[in-house]
Design a protein around this ligand. Sequence first.
Ligand code: 5RP
Length: 262
Amino acid sequence: MVSDLSPIDTAKFVSAKRALDFVESGMRLGLGTGSTAAWMVRILGEMVRNEGLKVVGVPTSERTADLARQCGIKVATLDEVKWLDLTIDGADEFDANLNLIKGGGGALLMEKIVATASDQMVVITDISKEVETLGAFPLPVEVISSGWETTKALTEEALMNIDVMGRSGTLRMDRDRPFVTDEGNYILDFHLRRIGEPRKLSLVLNQIPGVVENGLFLDICDTVVIGYGDGNVEVRDINAGTVEHERIDVIERDNLFMDITD
Ligand code: 5RP
């Protein structure tokens, strides 16, 4: 049966599927969070169940851990595994240098720790996430819940000395309550519109008391796999300086196409 996925889901599916070509048996894998990463976990689970692929997955969130277990993937913590061969994760924005904004799904802290503890990070995404300059997507900043309003005010003040076009932060909500991360923190989303100095911004943010981590992933991503709605993928490798194009078949299999809720 040929898929009747929407173009956006096709794009996510084919990027996830192509990224799994980087996986080899015996690898320790960082498993990202989000709707694109959920496709990746589903397809990886199928490879484990049907092809005998042996991997250990370190999930970047509780929801990815639940999904990975459901899919039959062996799950471990980073403390157990210590270092990873490869992390595959989504992104909210990426630029030509493969610098990223992440954290739209609220998992940026573990995502950054896990990706940084990996030999290689492959980002799976669709072309709508590509930007010339980071910042159109509000930058998520994870903060300690106690004193978050002071942290927000300090951050907005610090932003006065950075090349950005907006400074306002909003507390991320989950219906009528603050959104709480897996680590028990809050997220402030900063509407910067254009981030002219991502390195400086990242350093400044992480020096503010109350800030735990920010969603800028700089010099962490090695490869981006961009999916398109027609089933084509583009693989950009920042280290090799290569760009490859390929077409991926999307064939529906019942167990893969159920319950992608992320
Ligand atoms: C979660 C993330 C996600 O990778 C990012 O939000 C992209 O998600 P999606 O694949 O659903 O578009 O950073 O914290």
